[in-house]
Design a protein around this ligand. Structure first.
Ligand SMILES: Cc1cc2nc3c(=O)[nH]c(=O)nc-3n(C[C@H](O)[C@H](O)[C@H](O)COP(=O)(O)O)c2cc1C
Length: 181
């Protein structure tokens, strides 16, 4: 099982480190692609150590292969999980934007895509975000429902990253070829 873990610029990015660890413990091959904003929250080296693989951030890496990383990465996984996924990346995915390695890979990926959003409750409830979720769902992207509880902004509300168990179970379900329906 090859799992590509996308990490974006949410305060919940630290939880993705635990996800990487859990996946490795399952004996899965894990690669991590991060947005630049994600690297402000958790260092690349955390994911490099936990995933036991290089971490991918740059679209134009110094010593890149002749084959662009977004194409190689796009063909590699059995599942592409983006957790946590920001409102920004949800919007980019919905509209096909590809201005960084993670979003470019999302356009090139051949595997099923799972998105676990995390954001402030107003960002989550915003009609733009909700419309993007509906659009992506209609295209076959699978979402892990956000949780309710303490948010980094100080509120108790909906928008937290789902429990890691729920995310892990969704990955297992998708990997078995089962859909949400
Ligand atoms: C402390 C802090 C926490 C943030 N947490 C979130 C978050 O949980 N979800 C979200 O959508 N944006 C969050 N943001 C805003 C994103 O980091 C910002 O939109 C950024 O441009 C996202 O980049 P990316 O989507 O390329 O990773 C946060 C910003 C700050 C300063």
């Amino acid at each position: 099982m090859n799992i590509l873990l996308g990490v974006t610029g949410s305060i919940a990015a630290y939880k993705a480190a635990d996800l990487a660890r859990r996946f490795v413990r399952r004996g899965w091959n894990v690669k991590v692609v991060m947005t630049r904003a994600a690297t402000r929250f958790v260092g690349e080296w955390t994911f490099r150590s936990l995933s036991r693989n290089p971490v991918y951030v740059e679209m134009f890496p110094e010593n890149g292969d002749w084959r662009p990383d977004h194409i190689s990465l796009g063909e590699w996984p059995d599942v592409f999980l983006i957790a946590p996924c920001t409102a920004n990346v949800i919007a980019k995915l919905a509209h096909g934007l590809a201005d960084d390695l993670l979003t470019c890979t999302a356009l090139a990926v051949t595997a099923p895509v799972i998105v676990a959003p995390a954001m402030n409750d107003r960002m989550w409830a915003h009609p733009a975000t909700q419309a993007n979720v509906v659009l992506l769902t209609s295209r076959g992207v699978s979402f892990v429902d956000v949780g309710t509880g303490d948010l980094a902004c100080g509120y108790q509300a909906q928008g937290r990253l789902a429990d890691l168990d729920a995310i892990e179970n969704k990955v297992i379900t998708m990997a078995k070829g089962e859909t949400d329906e």
